[in-house]
Design a protein around this ligand. Sequence first.
Ligand code: GDP
Ligand code: MG
Length: 310
Amino acid sequence: MNISDITPIPTPPAGFKSGFIGIIGRPNVGKSTLMNYLVGQKIAITSPVAQTTRNRLRGILTTPEAQLIFVDTPGIHKPHHQLGEVLVQNAQIAIRSVDVILFVVDASVPAGGGDRYIAELLNNIETPVILGLNKIDQQPSESEQLDESYQQLIAGHKWPIVKFSAITGTGLDTLQTLLIDHLEAGPYYYPPDLVTDQPERFIMGELIREQILLLTREEVPHSVAVVIDIVEETPKITRILATIHVERDSQKGILIGKGGSMLKEIGSAAREQMQKLIDGKVYLELFVKVQPKWRQSRQHLADLGYRVEE
Ligand code: GDP
Ligand code: MG
């Protein structure tokens, strides 16, 4: 659906529940994949490269009995740059401002320092926590015995545990039921047919960023930001102009590629995703601009649309 076609919010049926669920976990455990599966549409970008999620993005799932609003937080990690600090700060705000916390871990590997760091952050909070063991499709054995490292992780907590796979969908109905059990009676916060609170423009930028991360891998790391400059809708086609901001000339070179081949590849893959998003034809033109040290500047971050919350 088109996000701009928002219908008025109806009154929910008796006994309806609603609330905000913070999905937290270290990078790469599958938070974005999980949210996309639950809302039934790709709204968050996912990739094998860590720390792809930057802005807080809400995914909305409305069932006949409840509305679940998922907040996909950036992976929590030790800050290196100013951007890192903003990410961690936003994650901590998210922890305090939700009704339920879904702490996601990657159960295909033992718990690590990152998981323990988060478990500690969750030590003295009143918000209920559910521990989600993801990637069970990749677990080496089917044993019911929780890996010892996860036993240690939850020691002293009474967190309910759910096992699932965000890729195959196994276990997600159990998760959904458990989440709804933890919510209280509430209104529709969003129209029932909305799947995200972010404007299409933002999602489009994310779809471009995802292709950059997938196609250039480590070479053009996280120092890339995409700004959608123009969206022009005509009855036949939607014309989109976007600028990719990088820090160094060398990164610009990699992004453009030999004879423009890389930029072309990024553009056509992103265009395909955008066409699915808006369910129509897209013409996409990409520009690359070098802006040294943008990560260091908060004002600049704000200018590029990153919310720097107090
Ligand atoms: P995030 O950083 O926590 O948001 O993680 P992503 O959702 O971006 O996922 C990181 C990587 O893990 C991607 O390559 C996903 O395809 C993969 N992944 C996520 N969930 C699963 C799962 O249930 N099973 C498997 N095998 N891979 C998964
Ligand atoms: Mg993510």
